[in-house]
Design a binder for this molecule. Structure first.
Ligand SMILES: [Zn+2]
Length: 318
């Protein structure tokens, strides 16, 4: 593995520090009114629902969010897209696929454990008519806290009592390696805690495994050592669940060479990003990005030196 270990562990620390900072900053604010949000579309005969778990707000994104671009460049990129420069909204968007064998959830959301502005995925599921007890599989892209913490509630009981958890083998091996425990700190402890109720129903998969009929793993290592995306196909339709292959489009599509602090191996993450974006462009495949603005679903197009997302249209029926 070509990972620069210092960068890698610094990135793991940044995830924890970022969450703590956001939690501290938001604690003084009154709780906002709930607005459970979901978006449904068809993938062949299957229904895909994107669920908005919530958002985190990063203050002053020009400073320290992108490792290899200065404040003027980052703020210029945000301004160019009509976004404020003093704060950046980081959405958490979870995809749920209704299949004949139950609901397949891609990542579990924050569980409401990270920031007051993210309540977890359950309120949006309830609004969308998706019962957590009907989830038969939670398929994980990687082990960062905003993707796995929703597996359990405040008492650390399983939120999805009938679900098998599917995880990429290299990701599991990395986060559970005792040699990494001290340096990964709270991140590794969180992995252990959230997976504990699912221990007897955890399936580790090879990098390009078929997870279930019509769901194939696509290795997209770099953001984390075993980061994995998933291609869902039904009939002539398909959608790629990207996970954290990319940060917000204004950052990582417009500027695919920018290295966001959460990418553990930034060089590998960039190479992976460019390869997958090119594939999405060439094949015209729909994609859903975990940290894209809700409904986080669209087609990647080439634009200038980078890319952009053409968002799906919001239709009154599916
Ligand atoms: Zn994430």
């Amino acid at each position: 593995m070509s990972t620069d270990r210092r960068t890698l562990f610094a990135a793991a620390g940044a995830v924890a520090a970022g969450a703590a900072l956001a939690a501290g900053g938001a604690a003084a604010q009154p709780a906002p009114a709930a607005n459970p949000s979901f978006y449904k579309t068809r993938i062949g005969s299957l229904t895909l629902t994107v669920l908005l778990d919530g958002i985190a707000i990063r203050q002053n994104p020009g400073e320290g969010f992108v490792r290899n671009a200065d404040r003027a460049a980052v703020e210029g990129a945000l301004r160019a897209q009509g976004l404020p420069t003093d704060r950046l909204v980081n959405p958490y968007c979870v995809a749920a696929l209704e299949t004949p064998r139950g609901i397949v959830l891609f990542d579990s959301g924050t569980g409401g454990h990270l920031v007051p502005t993210a309540r977890g995925v359950v309120p949006a599921m309830q609004s969308a008519g998706l019962d957590p007890a009907r989830v038969s599989m939670v398929v994980l892209t990687h082990y960062h806290g905003d993707h796995i913490s929703g597996l359990t509630d405040a008492q650390n009981a399983a939120v999805f009592p009938n679900a098998e958890v599917v995880a990429p083998e290299p990701e599991h091996a990395f986060w559970t390696d005792p040699a990494n425990a001290q340096r990964l700190g709270a991140g590794a402890q969180n992995v252990q805690r959230r997976l504990q109720p699912y221990e007897a129903r955890l399936r580790r998969i090879a990098p390009d495994a078929e997870v279930a009929p019509g769901i194939r793993a696509v290795p997209t290592h770099g953001h984390t050592p075993g980061h994995t995306s998933y291609l869902v196909t039904d009939g002539a339709d398909s959608v790629m669940v990207l996970g954290d292959l990319t940060s917000r489009p204004e950052i990582n599509l417009r500027h695919p060479g920018w290295h966001v602090i959460f990418d553990m191996d930034a060089q590998m993450a960039e190479a992976t990003r460019r390869r997958v974006f090119d594939r999405l462009v060439a094949e015209g495949t729909l994609a859903v990005g975990y940290h894209w603005p809700f409904p986080a679903l669209g087609r990647v197009l080439r634009e200038g030196e980078g890319y952009r997302v053409a968002p799906v249209e919001w239709l009154p029926s599916i």
